[in-house]
Each structure stands twice: as C-alpha cells, then as structure tokens.
Design a protein around this ligand. Structure first.
Ligand SMILES: CC(C)(COP(=O)(O)OP(=O)(O)OC[C@H]1O[C@@H](n2cnc3c(N)ncnc32)[C@H](O)[C@@H]1OP(=O)(O)O)[C@@H](O)C(=O)NCCC(=O)NCCS
Length: 407
C-alpha cells in the first residue's frame, strides 16, 4: 500500500506523529504531553505519514514569528521531524518536507526556519545556515568577569508565577529588536521554558529563575539548573546549566554572567547558543578557560522571496539586485529581484549585483553571513563589479543574529 502524507486528524494521531522523533530521544509522548504540546503546535500544522493505517513519520511547523533585521515576520518554525527507523531512506522525509513547504506557502508565511539535527539534511529543501551559536563550558574557578568592570544591579530568585509576570515582558522588549528571536505565547513559556516538569530536568535540579533588577526595575533574567555528579563527597562536581540569559542591555548581561560565575561550590558553567558576537569572551580575563565551541544555529528558508526581501530592513540608501539562480521547490522564486531602501521589491531585468541560490539567500537574510563571505565559500558570485560590496552595504546589520532557543 502506498504511503500517505496528510495532516493528523486528532490527538490520537498527533501522539504517534510526534512520537516518531520521540523515538530518537527515548520519549513516548503521553496524552498529557500531547495536549500541552498541541497548544503551541496546532494539529493542522502536524503532518504524518501513514503506512497501512499506522503512523510511521511526522513533521510539524509552529505558526511563529521570527525577527528579521527590520522586525518580526510570519515564519513556519519547523520542528519534531522524524521517520521511524523501520521506514528510513524511502523518501518519507522528502515527501513531508515538500508537502510542508507547499502548506507554508499557502498560509502566506514568507520564511521557514529550523534547527537541524544534522547539517547535511536540509540544504536540499532550500534551507541555508543563517546563524551560528557559541557554546560555553567554563571552568568556574579560572574565569571571572574582569574586576574593573562595574557591578550595578541585584538579583532575586523568583517563583513560577512571578516569572510569568516579569520575564515575558523583558523578553518581548528584546525580541522585537533582535534578529533571530521568536515570539512566545504564555503556553510557549509554560511548555518550553518555565514549566519545569521533572522530565525536562535531565538529571539536574529544579529550574532556578533569577530576576535582575537595576534602579528599582527588572532589567534582565537568567534561568538555570544545577546538576550534581559523583557518588561521594570527594567526587562531587557541580554544573550550572544555563537555560537562558536575557538582559535589556550589555551591562545587564555582564552582571548576569558575573552572578552565574560567582555561584559558590559549583565547578562548571555550561551555556549553549549564545550569539556568536556575544561580549562574554571579552568580558572575562581568561578567554581560553571559557571552553568555547561554535555550532550551527538557525537554518532559514525563504518561501516567498519578494515578501522575505521586502520585510528586510536596509542599512543604506540605494538598491541592490539579487539573482536567485535556483530553488529546488519553488521555481517562481528564481530570477533577479531588485530591493530598494524602504522595502520595495520587484522583478527586474537589471544586471544582478550578486548571484546566489535560495539557500544562499537564506544564509544572508538574517545578516548572519555577508554575500562576500558566501562568495568566498562558493555560495554566491559577484554579478557586476562592486556588486558584493553594494549588496553587503545595503543589508549590513549591527549585531549577529541570535536565536537563544533550540525548537
Ligand atoms: C533524518 C530523517 C528524518 C531522514 O528521513 P528519511 O525518510 O530516511 O529521508 P528520505 O529517505 O526522505 O531522504 C530524503 C533525502 O535526504 C537525504 N538524507 C536523509 N537522511 C539524511 C541524513 N541523516 N544526512 C544527510 N542526508 C540525509 C537522503 O539521502 C535523501 O536525499 P535525496 O532525496 O536528495 O536523494 C530520519 O533519518 C530520522 O528521523 N532521523 C532521526 C531524527 C532526525 O534527525 N530528525 C531530524 C530532526 S531536525
């Protein structure tokens, strides 16, 4: 019997559809898990592959908003993609990805974004690497914030309800102006950030929520857990596992890092997916003790090229023409598009400044990579003399994109 790709019909189908990726985490979703999850991933956004009446694969897309340089746009946040090992390499992922891309386009979302389990999978579906993330595994005893830097605010450990009142407001201030950030509903906060269900602790203690206040007002927060290893007192090692650090400005972030590095009786500070241009390496006196590693971040797929470009703020006057040379799923994205300051985009017959495929455009859209960088990597070409520099001047960003949450 042929495989059928379709949207799940009810919660009973939602459970095995999300269970396909769950298989790889050793997670069998319960009805309660599925009910909670379906509040942020509506059933109509969850695809399943049915084989002889049994669900063997799934792929979801959160109806999301992603901040581009220029502000938030509607975005499909692709998630829970999985094919059971009994059905791998028979084209099921391809069929789900193609159905999902068509659906995203029909819904009018100009971009889709995802975190890749493996970097080799999603390029064929038009996703380009759009941001990088910095991971920290610091030896706490050897790292401190440079002592000459001032310390300004104070911290309060707060409970779940106060977190829900104070923290989303702070996040929202940062989100609107930080390319790479996603919107978060209350259900999202509960399910993914502050709900603190025991199964999300992965061997660590309860979630600690610390509010940073300065001049009598909230100015940042950190969410973290402490994990202890070792059987005996002599062997104990303790790790501070940071979930998220958000500050309204650099001074706030600096004070939060200092707070974390000064938690007594802990050995290691671990944090993932900081912005690649985070100030932390320059704030400490021994950068090599931070144990820095670089990972891929968000992958971005322009679904509707003119709409995605129109949402993109320009940093200078003028215009730039980009030839999108190939799109494996949407041939109407191919061609030369002229973007003018102010967000006007039209098809044009001008000689392009740069040439790249839709994946390359996905890499440039958030500002995580310049066209000059893409050209050096063979992912873009200059179309007219000075074109790379013109395109990069127009699409220049102040800060690297940063997505603080793997979804
Ligand atoms: C990754 C996964 C979804 C692939 O599903 P699949 O049904 O076996 O994939 P398909 O047979 O549809 O393959 C589609 C294409 O992707 C390629 N591909 C599949 N898995 C790949 C991998 N792990 N790395 C690189 N390429 C891969 C195939 O070669 C094929 O290429 P082509 O169509 O261009 O010739 C599946 O192996 C899985 O569920 N893995 C564990 C969970 C996971 O990693 N999920 C992704 C979360 S982001």
């Amino acid at each position: 019997m042929p495989y059928r790709v379709r949207t799940v019909r009810d919660l009973d189908e939602f459970i095995p559809a999300i269970g396909a990726i769950g298989h790889y985490f050793g997670w069998q979703p319960t009805t309660e898990d599925a009910e909670r999850f379906s509040k942020i991933l509506p059933l109509e956004r969850m695809l399943a592959v049915v084989d002889d009446g049994r669900i063997v694969a799934g792929a979801g897309a959160y109806p999301q908003e992603l901040t581009l340089p220029g502000g938030p746009v509607a975005c499909a946040g692709v998630t829970v993609v999985g094919v059971l090992p009994s059905h791998r390499r028979r084209g099921l992922l391809r069929r789900m990805m193609e159905a999902q891309l068509r659906d995203v386009r029909e819904r009018g979302e100009p971009v889709a974004a995802l975190w890749a389990s493996e970097e080799t999978i999603y390029g064929r579906f038009g996703y380009g690497l759009a941001s990088m993330g910095l991971h920290v595994e610091a030896k706490r005893a050897s790292v401190r914030i440079r002592p000459e830097l001032p310390s300004e605010g104070s911290f309060r450990l707060i409970d779940h309800d106060e977190t829900l009142r104070a923290v989303p407001r702070l996040y929202e201030r940062i989100r609107k102006r930080t390319p790479g950030f996603l919107a978060r509903s209350t259900d999202w906060w509960e399910a993914r950030r502050i709900g603190d269900r025991p199964e999300t602790r992965r061997g660590a203690g309860p979630l600690v929520r610390a509010l940073y206040e300065r001049d009598g007002a909230p100015a940042g927060y950190v969410l973290y857990r402490i994990a202890q290893d070792g059987a005996t007192f002599a062997e104990w090692t303790k790790t501070v596992r940071v979930v998220e650090v958000v500050g309204i400005d650099e001074a706030a972030r600096r004070d939060i890092w200092r707070f974390l590095l000064e938690i007594d009786w802990t050995d290691t500070l671990r944090a993932e997916q900081l912005a690649i241009d985070d100030a932390l390496p320059l704030l400490v006196d021994r950068v090599n003790e931070l144990g820095l590693r670089v990972y891929d971040g968000l992958w971005l797929r322009p679904i509707d090229v003119p709409a995605a470009l129109a949402a993109r703020q320009t940093a200078a006057d003028g215009r730039v023409s980009i030839d999108v040379t190939a799109d494996p799923q949407f041939p109407d994205n191919v061609g030369t598009w002229t973007l003018e300051a102010g967000g006007r985009v039209k098809r044009s017959s001008r000689r392009p400044d740069v040439r790249t495929d839709v994946q390359g455009l996905g890499s440039a859209l958030l500002g995580g990579f310049t066209f000059a960088q893409l050209a050096r990597a063979g992912r873009a070409e200059e179309g007219a003399r000075g074109g790379l520099a013109r395109a990069d001047a127009l699409l220049r960003v102040e800060r690297a994109p940063w997505c603080p949450e793997i979804f």
